[in-house]
Design a protein around this ligand. Structure first.
Ligand code: UCC
Ligand code: FAD
Length: 579
């Protein structure tokens, strides 16, 4: 028949069929983001901010996204020896990586946080930009996070190294330096206090020589780094535990281009973040300067941890936003069973769930950035400072997990193509997986939430409860049932916490993750309610709040009811796991 003849010629020789699926196209991530724009219209209605982010969003599409892909395709490698046998230890990165460094400086990706041009809103502005940048920037956001963290530490210590601060926060691409963060050793990345074996020997000129082994160092091509080490006394003795650890800074490269007393053992072969050089380093006499008081290393690097954890949150939310933007774009182009995906109700329901997760995460991220900006410009209330301390680990741990779940589901929305490397989609999932591991794992950050509560004698929780209540109090009457749900969860949480003081520490520890999740879900709920109550809110803002609050907002109470934290739970858990 005619049809048979036609089909035969269609798939003959070099002809491979007439149908090709249109690919999802990245569009300006700023103009495409209704919530980001709504948030800024509400809180920072400045033309200058809007124009800059709109311009930058287009730059992401036109230039930056391709550079990020090039970094993925040309991962860094290590040159240990030059042709004539001399040890050189150079990390070779691709030109796109260098270009991203320059763009980061020009665009003020770190600088904006310290110029404070938009006063208390400077961090919201900076992090909005970073949020647009992150999914396209080939993990250059990792050195930027550490650079921001190092600048914060230097600023908080009273600027002991002024030139370093100036270079970390400049917009001049030729002067811009990035910083590393060398904490983790083979014995421990979480347990830094016991894991730190690196020893710092004081020299006559006041500098120190560092000897030790750093097991994970990201963006090792950085110009400078902060390092934890134990100072040795004249007899070479060191003090064990946290009180023996001090904070140092060092330039990684000498003026002759050689590395400063370090041997790069190897680059890590990683699941994701392949764009990023992550090395194992032998510190063999690295020249460094003491930055903190002796024995105050862990406490002094905490400011860096706050910043890098906030950056981590931004990257997590940005990954969710990127996959949801691409998924919805694709759904307008892919037709199955006679209809576009966007017309299949079950598919759109799936995208809706991802959208709700992303919106909740976005508002939590923005709130933490807002609080940071207020604290840094001296206008934060006591309550806000306490909330910042509590919400930083909560946001990092919750969004780190959410990103993996959302991106994973998002990949499925492209069907088989979601699994195919050169679509660029699998890299989003690989890169999301690290977000719950580095800068403190989920459990370690859950314990940090407990630390923030105990160190403040519960004041951070008081701040949490009063803030949630105040926001619910002024919520739109249209949101009545949602307000009741959040209110009920808050009361259950309060009851749980009331009994917490009388619990044995082991039981509290068992509840730590569920407690952190409860704080996250309730706070995200109240932020959605708050945003939906704003006079400029859209129907979708209201709908997102309703949907979010349908879930179990307080898993720590459900966990308690199931006996998850009882005195015999640990023994039962152990028996089950190790049977
Ligand atoms: O993983 C890394 C990745 C680098 C790549 C950058 C990516 C950035 C995101 C980019 C996105 C694309 S760098 C390594 C990160 N390492 C960690 O995060 C360590 C995880 N471990 C912890 O967080 C632990 O909780 C420790 C090490 C911070 C503390 O453990 P200890 O030994 O049990 O600590 P202590 O004794 O409870 O606390 C020691 C001091 C105390 O201060 P003082 O002495 O004044 O009472 C604590 O209050 O440190 C203080 N402190 C804090 N202060 C501890 N944690 C904090 C905190 N979060 N905030 C304020
Ligand atoms: P462990 O501490 O051994 O953790 C193992 C497991 O035990 C985890 O599930 C953890 O949650 C759990 N756990 C630990 N303590 C507790 C506890 N008290 N209660 C309950 N559970 C617990 N480090 C740097 O210093 N600088 C870097 O630049 C850097 N870059 C990195 C880049 C990548 C790609 C990766 C993967 C890691 C990087 N790290 C870096 C290291 C990272 O910070 C650590 O791997 C991380 O903090 C976990 O430490 P660990 O590997 O020692 O795991």
């Amino acid at each position: 028949t005619l049809a048979q003849t036609h089909t035969a010629s269609l798939f003959s020789q070099s002809s491979i069929g007439a149908f090709f699926q249109e690919k999802p196209v990245l569009r300006n991530p700023f103009t495409q983001d209704a919530l980001l724009r709504g948030y800024l219209r509400r809180h920072v209605p400045l033309q200058e901010v809007e124009s800059d982010l709109s311009r930058f969003g287009q730059r992401v599409v036109d230039e930056i996204d391709e550079l990020g892909r090039q970094c993925e395709q040309n991962p860094p490698h290590l040159q240990q020896y030059e042709a004539w046998g001399r040890r050189v230890d150079r990390i070779i990165t691709c030109p796109a990586w260098t270009r991203l460094k320059h763009i980061s400086a020009q665009e003020g990706m770190v600088a904006a946080g310290y110029e404070r041009r938009f006063k208390e809103w400077s961090r919201v502005y900076q992090m909005s930009k970073l949020y647009l940048y992150a999914p396209s920037a080939g993990l250059y956001t990792c050195p930027l996070a550490m650079t921001d963290g190092a600048a914060k530490v230097i600023e908080s210590l009273g600027m002991p190294v002024k030139e370093m601060f100036e270079r970390l926060t400049t917009r001049d691409e030729q002067r811009f330096w990035t910083s590393g963060q060398w904490m983790t050793e083979r014995k421990g990345g979480s347990d830094v206090a016991n894991g730190t074996e690196t020893v710092a020997w004081r020299q006559e000129d006041g500098w120190y020589r560092l000897r030790g082994f750093k097991w994970f160092t990201s963006a090792t091509d950085a110009d400078v780094t902060l390092i934890l080490a134990r100072t040795a006394d004249n007899n070479g003795n060191v003090t064990p535990g946290s009180v023996g650890v001090s904070l140092f800074c060092a330039e990684v490269w000498q003026s002759d281009g050689n590395i400063n007393g370090v041997e790069i053992q190897r680059l890590k072969d990683k699941l994701g973040t392949r764009q990023l050089p992550t090395a194992e380093l032998l510190l063999d006499g690295m020249q460094a300067k003491l930055l903190s008081e002796e024995g105050r290393g862990v406490a002094s690097i905490a400011n860096m941890l706050t910043l890098t954890r906030i950056h981590n949150t931004v990257s997590a939310v940005a990954a969710m936003r990127r996959i949801t933007q691409l998924s919805r774009e694709y759904s307008t182009k892919r037709s199955v069973f006679g209809m576009l995906l966007k017309d299949h109700s079950l598919h759109v329901q799936t995208l809706t769930r991802l959208e709700v997760e992303t919106r909740a995460a976005f508002l939590l991220m923005m709130e933490v950035c807002r609080l940071l900006g207020r604290e840094e410009t001296g206008v934060a209330t006591e309550r806000e400072t306490r909330l910042l301390r509590l919400l930083t680990p909560v946001a990092k741990l919750y969004t780190g997990k959410q990103a993996v779940a959302v991106v994973s589901e998002g990949l499925e929305s492209f069907g088989g193509q979601g699994y195919i490397e050169d679509t660029g989609l699998p890299a989003i999932l690989r890169d999301a997986q690290v977000l719950s591991i580095w800068e403190g794992t989920t459990n370690v950050l859950s314990l940090d939430v407990l630390r923030s509560i105990s160190k403040s004698s519960g004041l951070v929780l008081e701040a949490f409860f009063s803030d949630v209540k105040d926001r619910l109090h002024v919520a739109s009457p249209a949101l009545g049932p949602v307000v009741s749900r959040v209110g009920a969860s808050l009361s259950s949480l309060a009851q749980f916490i009331q009994t917490a003081a009388s619990r044995p520490p082991a039981s509290l520890e068992l509840a730590a993750r569920d407690l952190a999740y409860s704080l996250a879900r309730i706070y995200m709920g109240v932020l959605l309610v708050d945003h939906a109550s704003w006079e400029g809110a859209s129907h979708s803002d209201i709908y997102a709040a309703v949907r979010w609050c349908e879930q179990d907002l307080c898993p720590v109470v459900s966990g308690e009811a199931k006996g998850c934290y009882s005195s015999d739970t640990q023994a039962k858990d152990t028996a089950l796991v190790y049977e």
